[in-house]
Design a protein. Structure first.
Length: 341
């Protein structure tokens, strides 16, 4: 265990440069005191690891020092071959590079691990888009990805929900979610999210951009999506659900709604239960979400949502009754045949 931990410390220092003892302790899941002992052991064995004191300090390897680590465990080799995503790599223009890298890795693996790695490729596949959807192919994705890697500004013409906008953006990172690409970009001192498919024009600029200190793309995306979902479901509806309605709500709800729905344990004499369900901003949006449950749900509160449900269902019933009546009338009064002279 200690040898594996010290190897992890070495690879972390080599990959990240300067790292603090608490960060190493968290990564290795041990105490800071244990990290101190491991660092002392590495230094005693001849590894040039140094400590920089002060608030901005930490441990680092001597400049230019590199350790060659050729040993991969079976699970590590298998995991590496699960990272190959042909679709997204091709969208970024990296499909050939990914294939070449995998071929080199396969050639470098011992014979016993090559078979395992090949088996992973044969038996696991990631399909990024959601059901009944297609992956987007944004026109300017490669240009944006190139600027993101170079750390240079881009000028975009963007079609938002409300209007077309011009923006100078410092691209900080790209995220692929549900088959759609999103750009996290710095504009006027704040980080914003842009759907890449809505970028109408993109010009890569030569101006360098400063990446905000401590910016974490994964953390930003997690917080941004949670904030968006909360903004899209600010209200709560009290809904009475049949046993089948409970199943429908669970099957059709978004993960955010499902996780925050409160369902009472007790049922009434008919088996129906009461639920508190997060809903959209307006009564129309909330009704559109709950109408998917059909007659298996009854909105009790708020009053305006109940009225909207009644209004929409009555309009739908009237339309279908009218269509049925017209169809029945055509059956009773078929068109008379025309006479030909």
């Amino acid at each position: 265990m200690r040898a594996s931990r010290m190897l992890s410390i070495l690879t972390t220092l080599q990959a990240r440069g300067q790292v603090t003892a608490p960060e190493l302790a968290e990564a290795c899941e041990v105490s800071v005191r244990t990290i101190y002992r491991d660092i002392d052991a590495l230094a005693a064995s001849g590894v040039p690891v140094y400590a920089d004191r002060g608030a901005e300090g930490g441990y680092r390897l001597l400049d230019g020092y590199r350790v060659r680590l050729n040993g991969l465990s079976q699970s590590e080799a298998e995991a590496l071959f699960l990272t190959g995503l042909p679709g997204p790599a091709a969208a970024l223009g990296l499909d050939a590079a990914m294939i070449a890298a995998q071929n080199k890795l396969m050639a470098a693996l011992p014979a016993n691990l090559r078979e395992d790695a090949g088996r992973m490729q044969e038996r696991f596949h990631l399909d990024a888009p959601g059901w009944f959807g297609e992956a987007e192919e944004p026109k300017h994705l490669r240009a944006i990805a190139g600027a993101t890697l170079r750390g240079t500004l881009i000028k975009i013409r963007y079609q938002s929900w409300r209007a077309e906008k011009q923006r100078r953006v410092a691209p900080l990172g790209l995220v692929l979610k549900g088959g759609s690409w999103y750009l996290a970009g710095l504009v006027d001192g704040s980080v914003r999210t842009y759907r890449v498919a809505r970028v109408l024009d993109c010009t890569a600029l030569d101006d360098r951009c400063e990446r905000p200190a401590g910016f974490d793309l994964a953390a930003y995306w997690r917080d941004a999506t949670l904030r968006l979902e909360a903004e899209m479901h600010p209200n709560v509806a009290i809904v009475r659900l049949s046993p089948f309605g409970v199943k429908l709500l669970d099957a059709l709800s978004q993960p955010y709604v499902k996780a925050r729905t409160q369902l009472e344990d007790t049922a009434d004499a008919d088996g129906w239960r009461i639920a508190r369900v997060p809903t959209g901003k307006t009564s129309w949006h909330a009704a559109a979400e709950l109408l998917r449950l059909g007659p298996e749900a009854e909105v009790l509160e708020p009053a305006d949502l109940r009225e909207k449900m009644a209004e929409l269902t009555q309009a739908m019933a009237a339309r279908y009754r009218g269509a049925t009546a017209r169809k029945a009338g055509r059956r009773r009064n078929p068109p008379r045949p025309t006479k030909h002279s």
